[in-house]
Design a binder for this molecule. Structure first.
Ligand code: ASP
Length: 434
């Protein structure tokens, strides 16, 4: 990351400032202005035409580089491993990490909801009000959810795309692109080096240029983030905030615990990185994940953090992190589990042991299939809810604060990828930067 000019605040600080100012303005105006009044209309117009578009522009800039970065880094990562044997060893451990950490996250979330029972502390009248407010939104998610299936035989077959261009064109089919990049990279390890050299250099250049573009996009981050958070908080009524506070707390607590306790311990135990050092190196990464709510958009920053801050070899980071950005979602799985249990409690539905085991399995698998974009897991949450007979309409209760929960769950989503890459780097004999 570029050093700030004299007198100018560092980028992460400016992003954080944008976040705080945007949130403060959004909440204050929401509380002060009467819906339907001319001044409320004026601010709503400002939100729709200025604040939110700036936020979306920033997000679009980030998404723009995702496909080339995923493709180039996976191809270069696998091709750079040298042999299929190394790839196999690395791949197995990577998947084991993804599954293991995701299961721990969900168990932690389920345990907390059981203990606190937040869904039983809600005023049913207020719950109905919120449902009415979000009914349309929830219905749209339910439709998407019906289309987006959890892991079935068909979705496993669909992991191998029939048309790689189509896979690249749809964020939800990015696993297909990953599959293609992995296979092409594996093929490159078998071809004579002189036959793949030009392609490797070309993709390396594309990758480096994309990362440069990302650097420019990040300069816009303080304004983009302010716009996004303003949009989220201005639309959120205080009634709703009060009502879902229980949910919010119960979703946030295990996410924060998972990040601060589990991920920190894993970084120390598996990668040998002490907590102070870990968080010093992760500052920009955490702020980016939090402000963009997107593992995909954060991925280049995750790679840069692994290589530049911690000294992980580029081949390992380039292999593990793009894969993790779409497949390894600790925070998302935890959030899904907590939300399903919470909404079941609100609906007065008692989930037995077997159903909770089902929730565990479904959340782990759907988190793998969720797109690493803001709200990427919401359609899949609708699927899990229907599996355990909780009417998905109840999702209306949590949509109001989902953006904030999404921002928070994206942090362990990406830090788990980072730690996995550091662990594997160490196992392959790399010296991490002290
Ligand atoms: N926003 C999350 C991510 O990109 C996905 C989700 O949980 O909705 O990692």
């Amino acid at each position: 990351m570029e050093a700030p000019r004299k007198g100018k605040l560092a980028l992460p600080t400016r992003i954080l400032l944008g976040l705080l100012l945007g949130a403060a303005a959004g909440v204050t105006l929401n509380l002060l202005l009467e819906p339907g009044s001319p001044s409320h209309g004026f601010v709503a117009g400002f939100d729709a035409n200025v604040a939110y578009p700036i936020g979306r522009l920033f997000l679009n800039l980030l998404f723009m580089v995702v496909v080339p970065v995923v493709f180039c880094s996976l191809f270069l990562g696998v091709a750079g491993l040298g042999s299929l044997q190394t790839l196999g060893r690395l791949g197995g451990r990577t998947l084991l990490w993804f599954l293991g950490t995701t299961v721990i996250a969900v168990l932690l979330g389920l345990f907390l909801v059981h203990t606190v029972q937040p869904g039983r502390r809600i005023d049913p009248e207020a719950a109905q009000k919120v449902q009415a407010r979000y009914a349309k939104d929830a219905a749209a998610r339910i439709d998407q959810g019906k289309q987006a299936s959890a892991f079935t035989v068909d979705s496993l077959v669909a992991l191998v795309p029939t048309n790689v261009v189509e896979a690249a064109a749809d964020n939800k089919k990015i696993l297909g692109l990953i599959c293609f990049a992995l296979l092409l990279g594996a093929a490159a390890t078998r071809a004579p080096p002189e036959r793949t050299q030009v392609l490797r250099q070309l993709l390396q250049s594309v990758y480096e240029l994309c990362v440069r573009v990302l650097g420019w996009a990040m300069q816009l981050a303080p304004y983009g983030v302010a716009g996004l958070i303003f949009h989220a908080t201005f639309g959120l009524g205080f009634d709703i905030m009060k009502l879902v506070l229980w949910y919010f707390g119960t979703a946030m607590a295990p996410l924060v615990i998972h990040q601060l306790v589990v991920i920190t311990a894993l970084a120390w135990g598996f990668a040998g990185v002490r907590p102070g050092r870990f968080y010093r190196g992760c500052k920009a990464l955490i702020v980016t994940a939090f402000s963009t709510s997107s593992s995909n958009a954060t991925m280049p920053t995750t790679i840069r953090t692994a290589t530049d801050e911690f000294g992980a070899p580029a081949e390992v980071a380039g292999f593990v992190i793009p894969l993790g950005a779409t497949m390894n979602m600790n925070g998302t799985a935890l959030f899904e589990g907590v939300s399903v249990l919470f909404l079941a409690q609100v609906a007065g539905i008692e989930l037995g042991f077997a159903q909770q085991v089902l929730v565990l399995g479904l959340t782990v698998l759907t988190a793998i299939g969720a797109a690493g974009v803001p709200g990427g897991s919401l359609p899949l949450l609708a699927v899990v809810l229907t599996y355990v007979d909780v009417p998905p309409e109840y999702m209306a209760l949590i949509l109001g604060v989902d953006r904030l929960v999404d921002m928070t769950r994206t942090v362990p989503n990406v830090t788990s990828d980072l730690v996995c890459s550091l662990w594997l780097s160490r196992r392959l004999g790399a010296q991490l930067r002290p």
